[in-house]
Design a protein around this ligand. Structure first.
Ligand SMILES: NC(=O)c1ccc[n+]([C@@H]2O[C@H](COP(=O)([O-])OP(=O)(O)OC[C@H]3O[C@@H](n4cnc5c(N)ncnc54)[C@H](O)[C@@H]3O)[C@@H](O)[C@H]2O)c1
Length: 378
């Protein structure tokens, strides 16, 4: 088996294990589904799962402009007979006309300008992709009478810096610290508008820190792939802050489970809910686990926190998702982490090619002065 085939087998195992059974298979079978951002970390996994659920009589169309992918190669799109990849932009009418000709009944909108540091460096592009992008997607979805529109929102975009934990959906902060957060929150508000005004069946899914197969390391990527990548090369892991900061790391297939259920459950319509693991891991513990798993004995080093990085802890309540859609994360951190390491070993040459760092730099290890320079010059 090559690493794509192993990914498909892993998704098949997961679908059986998490109880996405007959009811969901019947609900999805034969459908035409559109996934934006389907060449990305989460969208690539979602597309595999949907391909299995729609079956041979259905189809999954991926719209992705590959802007987040080094060398613009769709290496992360697993080739499957009922999945069609369209290289295109969510802001382009020509590209949207092309994919909406497939007559999708459900849209999963995951394309985004990822993520916080990227949006600080390029605020206009962030607003263009994340705000104009979702408005265009919602308009096309409305005109095509799409049955459901599921939006990938973000837990970090809603709750501000120091809310009460665990984070519950009724709390909202407008004191956000990056354009990404502002734009992702705006996306939810547009979904709510289309739901209220046109009765469109929109669902806002608030993801928390995804990790797992399909996410390559890079200057704007999450901490887990970057730590694994550096540790596998015997490099010292940089912690921005004290290391006591926590995140609610969520296995990517658990997020996929939540999305699939959000695209199906009637109770999800017009609502928003967290999709998370519902437990915290500190960055210091994470670094130790990564070093241990990879046999890396280079010492951890500490660098100043980035100015926008104001959240000491993230821990989500998943009660609402449980209640509305029957969401239940099934992969605990040790298991998901081992699977992530396995994928890195399996796909190492691909990951090395896909790793997207400008020479000698990662956003996580820039000094405060360097961040200032980047902010100023762009
Ligand atoms: N990864 C996380 O931890 C996390 C957490 C919260 C929310 N989210 C949200 O989930 C979604 C998916 O995240 P991900 O980690 O898979 O990100 P990703 O960057 O891996 O995937 C996003 C994809 O969108 C594509 N894209 C960017 N601009 C586009 C455009 N204008 N037109 C078409 N395609 C475009 C990129 O090429 C990329 O493949 C995003 O909306 C993100 O904001 C992710």
């Amino acid at each position: 088996m090559n690493h794509d085939e192993r990914r498909v087998a892993h998704v098949d195992d997961y679908l059986t294990r998490c109880g996405l059974g007959e009811e969901h298979r019947r609900g999805y079978e034969g459908r035409s589904i559109l996934v934006t951002g389907g060449a990305g970390a989460i969208g690539s996994n979602l597309s595999v799962a949907l391909s299995r659920l729609v079956g041979p009589s259905g189809r999954v169309t991926i719209l992705d402009n590959l802007s987040a992918v080094k060398d613009r190669e769709p290496w992360n799109v697993v080739p499957l007979p009922n999945v069609m990849f369209v290289r295109g932009d969510v802001r382009s009418d020509a590209d949207l006309k092309r994919v909406f000709r497939e007559d999708p009944s459900i849209v999963f909108h995951l394309a985004a300008f990822f993520a916080n540091q990227n949006s600080v460096d390029y605020p206009e592009t962030s607003a263009d992709v994340d705000v104009i992008g979702i408005v265009k997607m919602l308009e096309y979805a409305r005109l095509s009478r799409v049955e459901r529109f599921v939006y990938a929102s973000s837990g970090c975009a809603i709750y501000g810096s120091y809310p009460e934990l665990p984070l519950k959906e009724d709390f909202v902060s407008i004191r956000l610290t990056t354009p990404y957060q502002i734009n992702k929150m705006t996306g939810e508000m547009y979904c709510n508008f289309y739901h209220h005004h046109y009765g469109m069946k929109t669902v806002n899914c608030r993801f928390f820190n995804s990790y797992g197969p399909g996410e390559a390391p890079g200057q704007y990527r999450n901490v887990i792939p970057n730590f694994i990548y550096w540790a596998m090369q015997g490099r010292s892991l940089p912690i921005t802050g004290t290391g006591e900061e926590t995140r609610d790391f969520t296995y990517v297939l658990d997020l996929v489970q939540g999305l699939v259920k959000a695209g199906h459950a009637e109770a999800a319509v017009g609502t928003e809910f967290n999709l998370a693991a519902g437990r915290e891991i500190s960055i210091r513990d994470l670094a130790s686990m990564v070093n241990e798993a990879t046999g890396n004995d280079a010492p951890i080093r500490f660098t100043p926190r980035r100015k926008w990085d104001t959240k000491p802890r993230l821990l989500a309540s998943i009660d609402r998702a449980r209640e509305l859609i029957g969401y239940e994360p099934v992969v605990d951190f040790p298991e998901g982490f081992q699977e992530n390491i396995r994928w890195f070993r399996d796909a190492w040459p691909t990951i090395q090619r896909a790793a997207d760092f400008p020479p000698g730099m990662s956003s996580a290890v820039r000094g405060a002065g360097t961040v200032g320079v980047h902010k100023g010059e762009r």
